[in-house]
Design a binder for this molecule. Structure first.
Ligand code: COA
Length: 535
C-alpha cells in the first residue's frame, strides 16, 4: 500500500495557531473527564472508603489484566444535567480484558446517590449490554446500587428500554451463550436483585453485599415484619440458605479475584479470523491531528490528512481516487487489523453516494470492518440534483450502510448533519461504537442553515398575511436559533444523552478503534444480504 502524501506543514503559523486553539478545547475536555472521575461528593467518597469499599474505577482496575487498557464508555453521560449530581450518570461501563477475554464491565458508582438509576444511567447500562450482545462479550456486573432513583421513576420504569430491559438483555445474552458474572459489592435492591439472580455465577461480599426484592423499610410497611438488611439478604443468607449467590468473598479484592478465577473456567471462544498485518505506527504524528481537526466547520479539511494520522504506516489503498472526491474510500490497517474507511471530504453528491455503496459492498463481501469518518453537512440540494435523483442515489448509500453485516465503527471528527449522518453510520445504523471528537458537532442541520430556513418560513407566513418582518425581528430570531443550535449541537450535549459512546481525544482514535475491532471478533461476522436498491 502506498503512503498518503501529507500536504500539511506543521511549522506553518496557521497550523500552530490552530493547534493552540485545539489544545484549549482539549483542556476543557480533560478537565471535565477528571471531574467526573472523582465520582460523588468528597463526603460520600470518604464514607464509601471508610466502609472498606473500593471505588468503582478501582474495582475495574483490579479486575482487568495488568497493563491492559480499559475503554471507558460515555464517561460524560448526564453531563450538564441534574445540577452535576450524577457524574458519569452514576455508573461506569466499558470494555476491558479479563484473562485475555474482551469483557463488558458494568459497575455502579455508589458514591453517586447510592448508585441509583436515572434515565441516563439506564441508557448507559442498556447500551453496555447491547454492545455485549452485538459482540458476544462476557459481562461482569459490579453491583452497588439502590435501584431506581425514585423521584425520577416516571422516566425510568415502564418503557421498552427502561429498567426492565436489563433482565431481558441478561436472558438474551444467556441464551446466546454469553457468560455473565455478578459481583454484589453493596446494595442490590428490588428489580436490581435480578442482576445477580440472572447471572451464571454470583459472588457476594460479606457484611457489605445485600440482595433483596424488598428492603427492610418496604418489608416493615408491607408486613410489619422487622428485619435487618443482613438478616434479610446478606452474604451469609444468600450463600448458605437461599443459594441466590454462589461465592462468599471477604472483601472487594477477594471478590474480584474470585471473578478472575471464574474467567479461567469459561468456555473457549472461537473468533472471527481476519488477515492481520504487522503493526506499524502511523508515519505522520497523530498529535498533528490537533492542528488539523476542524474547529470552524466552514473550512474544508482533507480527510486523507486525518486518515494518515490514524492508520498503520499512514498507508492507504484508495478506491476510486479520481471519482466523486467528496467521499474518500479505501483500505488500510489499524494496529494490524484490515479496515475499509469511508471519510467525508465535502457534500455528498449522487456519484459519492454510489461510490460509498459500491465500497460498502466490497467490504461486506471481503469481510472487512468498516470505519466511517464523519464530517458531513449533508446531501447536495438544488433543482439540478433533485432532477438527477439525489434522493434515489443517497438511498442506496443509506441502504448499503444499514445492511452491511460487517462491524461498523463511526468517528465524528467534524460535523454530523442531516441525512449525511444516516448514510455515514450515525447512531440509528448500529455502529458497534460511535465516538466523537471534542470539536465535533451534531444536529439536523447547522445553526446558520436552520435559522435561514426558519426565518424564511416566518417571512412567508407574514407575507401571506400582508405583513413584513422587521430587520430587528429577523436578527433577533437568527441570534436565538444560532444560540440554541450552538448549545444543542455540541459534542457534550450529545454525549450527555448517550447519542454516542463517548468523546475521545483525537490521538486515541487509533487505539480505541483497534479495541473495538478486537472486541468485534468475538462474534463471527454474518453474511450480508442487501435488499432492493432503487436504480
Ligand atoms: N431513590 C432516590 N434517592 C436515593 C435512593 C433511591 N432509591 N436511594 C438512595 N438515595 C439517595 C439518598 O437520598 C442520598 O441522597 P443525598 O446524598 O442527597 O442525601 C444518597 O442517595 C445516598 O444514600 P444514603 O442512604 O445516604 O447512602 P448509603 O450508602 O448509606 O445507602 C442505599 C445507600 C442505596 C443502600 C440506601 O440509600 C437505600 O437503601 N436506598 C433505598 C433503596 C430502595 O429501596 N430502592 C428501591 C428502588 S427500586
Amino acid at each position: 500500500m502506498y503512503r498518503i502524501e501529507s500536504k500539511i506543514d506543521p511549522a506553518s503559523p496557521e497550523f500552530i495557531g490552530h493547534k493552540k486553539e485545539y489544545l484549549e478545547l482539549l483542556k476543557v475536555y480533560r478537565q471535565r473527564i477528571m471531574q467526573v472521575r472523582k465520582g460523588g461528593s468528597p463526603s460520600s467518597v470518604e464514607r464509601h472508603k471508610k466502609r472498606g469499599k473500593l471505588l468503582a474505577r478501582e474495582r475495574i482496575d483490579l479486575l482487568i489484566d495488568p497493563n491492559t487498557p480499559f475503554l471507558e464508555l460515555s464517561s460524560l453521560a448526564a453531563w450538564g444535567s441534574f445540577d452535576g449530581q450524577f457524574p458519569s450518570a452514576g455508573i461506569v461501563t466499558g470494555i476491558g480484558v479479563v484473562h485475555g477475554r474482551e469483557t463488558m464491565i458494568v459497575a455502579n458508582d455508589a458514591t453517586v446517590k447510592g448508585g441509583t438509576y436515572v434515565a441516563e444511567t439506564i441508557k448507559k447500562h442498556v447500551r453496555a449490554q447491547q454492545i455485549a450482545i452485538e459482540n458476544h462479550l462476557p459481562c461482569v456486573y459490579m453491583v452497588d446500587s439502590g435501584g431506581i432513583f425514585l423521584p425520577e421513576q416516571a422516566k425510568v420504569f415502564a418503557d421498552r428500554f427502561d429498567f426492565g430491559r436489563f433482565f431481558y438483555n441478561q436472558s438474551r445474552l444467556s441464551a446466546l451463550g454469553v457468560p455473565q458474572i455478578a459481583i454484589v459489592m453493596g446494595s442490590c435492591t428490588a428489580g436490581g436483585a435480578y442482576v445477580p439472580a440472572m447471572s451464571d455465577e454470583t459472588i457476594i461480599v460479606k457484611k457489605q453485599g445485600t440482595i433483596f426484592i424488598g428492603g427492610p423499610p418496604l418489608v416493615k410497611a408491607a408486613t410489619g415484619e422487622e428485619v435487618s438488611a443482613e438478616e434479610l439478604g446478606g452474604a451469609d443468607v444468600h450463600t448458605a440458605i437461599s443459594g441466590v449467590a454462589d461465592h462468599l468473598a471477604e472483601n472487594d479484592r477477594h471478590a474480584v479475584q474470585i471473578c478472575r478465577n471464574i474467567f479461567q473456567t469459561l468456555k473457549y471462544q472461537t473468533k472471527q479470523v481476519l488477515k492481520l498485518s504487522p503493526i506499524e505506527e502511523p508515519y505522520y504524528d497523530p498529535e498533528e491531528l490537533y492542528g488539523i481537526a476542524p474547529i470552524d466547520l466552514r473550512k474544508p479539511v482533507d480527510s486523507k490528512e486525518i486518515i494518515a494520522r490514524i492508520v498503520d504506516g499512514s498507508r492507504f489503498q484508495e478506491f476510486k481516487a479520481r471519482y466523486a472526491p467528496t467521499l474518500v474510500t479505501g483500505f488500510a490497517n489499524i494496529m494490524g487489523f484490515p479496515v475499509g474507511i469511508i471519510a467525508n471530504n465535502g457534500v455528498l453528491f449522487s456519484e459519492s453516494s454510489l461510490k460509498g455503496a459500491h465500497f460498502i459492498e466490497l467490504c461486506a463481501f471481503r469481510k472487512v470492518p468498516l470505519i466511517y469518518l464523519q464530517n458531513i453537512t449533508g446531501f447536495i440540494v438544488g433543482k439540478q440534483y433533485e432532477r438527477g435523483g439525489i434522493a434515489r442515489d443517497g438511498a442506496k448509500f443509506v441502504h448499503a450502510t444499514a445492511n452491511a453485516r460487517v462491524p461498523k465503527f463511526t468517528v465524528v471528527f467534524g460535523g454530523s448533519f442531516g441525512a449525511g449522518n444516516y448514510a455515514m453510520a450515525g447512531r440509528a445504523y448500529d455502529p458497534r461504537l460511535l465516538l466523537m471528537w471534542p470539536n465535533s458537532k451534531i444536529s439536523v442541520m447547522g445553526g446558520e442553515q436552520a435559522s435561514g430556513v426558519l426565518i424564511q418560513v416566518k417571512e412567508d407566513q407574514l407575507r401571506a398575511r400582508g405583513q413584513e418582518m422587521s430587520n430587528e425581528d429577523r436578527e433577533g430570531l437568527r441570534e436565538k436559533i444560532m444560540k440554541k443550535y450552538e448549545e444543542e449541537g455540541s459534542a457534550y450535549f450529545s454525549t450527555s444523552r448517550l447519542w454516542d459512546d463517548g468523546i475521545i481525544d483525537p490521538v486515541d482514535t487509533r487505539k480505541v478503534l483497534a479495541m473495538g475491532i478486537a472486541a468485534s471478533l468475538n462474534k463471527k461476522f454474518e453474511e450480508t444480504k442487501f435488499g432492493v436498491y432503487r436504480m
